[in-house]
Design a protein around this ligand. Structure first.
Ligand code: HEM
Ligand code: SF4
Ligand code: SF4
Length: 369
């Protein structure tokens, strides 16, 4: 008798707490399907309204379309304390996180990163910087950076550190594509998805006024703009490395490069954008209400933002340290940060870009043209 009363008391506080995120998302989306108030808020609701029932794959696809703007939560009349207890942004964030973890091997690593992200990121940077520092004794005493760490050593470390995580992400994406019932890729679907990702159309909010992420009473484009700066900055930095590799192998022009060279121009502008973007995203995340996202992974998400900031700021510091005694130390810390970002790619929030792109391609396949 006492036990039954206890169960009742618990269930009064939150009758849906025992549901796993997929079950709870299904329950909530079925209510949304009847209500339809949020139809124009984002691309999730039109996709919800196309369906009569939701398979696990459908729910994971919808979760990867949601950009956690929170507009539907602030507009909803069925949120806590209403007995329906709806929180669509949170439940979709939980499903989304689970879908990345379950599909990308080994999933135990992603769980660890999202629980102890900052500690893992800091320890990895220190360990890898130390390793690179020690390896500088094996340098070939050439000019510039390769006098500090030999070119062969860099290739031997960075090639597998970049390639193996990409293989893990590729395996995960293949599994995910099967789970969501993806069909054969067509150029028109890819064009649609890349255009949407390039403009960050979804982060603009359904009506184009921006989103409520950091402030429920105000629409703002801040998150979209900081995300654009982060993404473009990252791609420019990546481009700088690519151009430098081509110059090294095809044109026989090894580093160091002058300030007016393409690798430096791409690297410095990318570094500035990435630093500004990640600082902005970090500040917005501190302001936003945590219970409207997957609170379990808040630390891991912050660690990912911090890791990107570490890469860009140490890269800029490296440029500033040219010709000084700090160069060797800065090179070890910068390369240690880049190596950490690469190695942790499949387990950190870095995977979101890949899964979200896959979701956009699937949405292009499904939506009526
Ligand atoms: C296909 C390309 C991409 C798409 C469609 C995309 C989409 C999104 C969306 C919708 C969000 C907000 C929702 C959420 O927090 O999950 C987000 C957050 C974020 N994205 Fe991207 N993204 C892409 C690529 C990238 C790239 C290349 C980077 C940088 C390496 C990046 C860095 C971030 C960061 C730092 C956040 C903020 C995380 C947070 O607030 O916790 N994204 N992205
Ligand atoms: S979130 Fe609330 S208001 Fe929006 S469609 Fe769902 S039930 Fe309706
Ligand atoms: S949080 Fe924003 S993107 Fe996600 S379902 Fe709600 S309105 Fe759509």
């Amino acid at each position: 008798m006492q036990a039954i009363e206890l169960i009742n008391l618990e269930s009064e506080s939150s009758p849906f707490q025992a549901l796993d995120p997929l079950q709870d998302a299904r329950r909530q989306l079925e209510i949304c399907n009847a209500c339809r108030y949020c139809e124009g808020y984002c691309s999730v609701f039109p996709a919800v309204h196309r369906a009569r029932s939701f398979s696990d794959g459908d729910i994971q696809q919808l979760a990867n379309l949601c950009h956690n703007c929170r507009g539907c939560y602030y507009a909803c009349q069925y949120t806590e304390p209403h007995e329906f207890d709806l929180n669509v942004p949170r439940v979709l964030a939980e499903v989304r996180q689970q879908s990345w973890q379950d599909h990308t091997p080994p999933s135990v690593m992603a769980r660890a990163f999202h629980r102890h992200g900052s500690a893992i990121a800091v320890l990895s940077i220190v360990a890898m910087a130390l390793l690179l520092w020690l390896m500088q004794t094996g340098a070939d005493h050439a000019e510039g950076f390769y006098g500090l760490l030999s070119h062969n050593a860099m290739v031997a470390i960075f090639l597998p550190a970049f390639g193996l995580p990409l293989v893990a992400i590729g395996i995960g994406l293949r599994r995910y594509w099967r789970t969501i019932g993806g069909e054969k890729l067509r150029l028109s679907h890819l064009k649609d998805a890349f255009a949407s990702a390039a403009q960050m159309k979804n982060l603009a909010g359904g009506h184009g006024d921006g989103c409520n992420f950091e402030d429920k009473d105000r629409f703002s484009h801040a998150r979209r703009h900081f995300h654009q700066a982060t993404m473009i900055g990252f791609l420019l930095c990546f481009g700088a490395t690519g151009i430098a590799t081509l110059m090294h192998y095809l044109l026989n022009l090894p580093a160091p490069y002058s300030l007016a060279s393409l690798p430096k121009l791409f690297g410095i502008s990318g570094g500035v954008l990435l630093s500004v973007g990640t600082l902005g995203l970090g500040v917005l995340k501190l302001k936003a209400e945590r219970h409207l996202a997957d609170a379990r992974v808040w630390g891991g998400e912050m660690a990912f933002i911090g890791l990107l900031f570490a890469v860009s700021s140490t890269g800029l510091a490296l440029v500033a340290a040219a010709g000084t005694d700090w160069l060797t130390l800065m090179l070890a810390i910068h390369l240690g940060s880049v190596l950490t970002l690469f190695v942790l790619m499949p387990f950190s929030k870095m995977v979101h870009g890949f899964y979200r792109l896959a979701a956009l391609i699937r949405e292009a396949q499904l939506k009526p043209h």
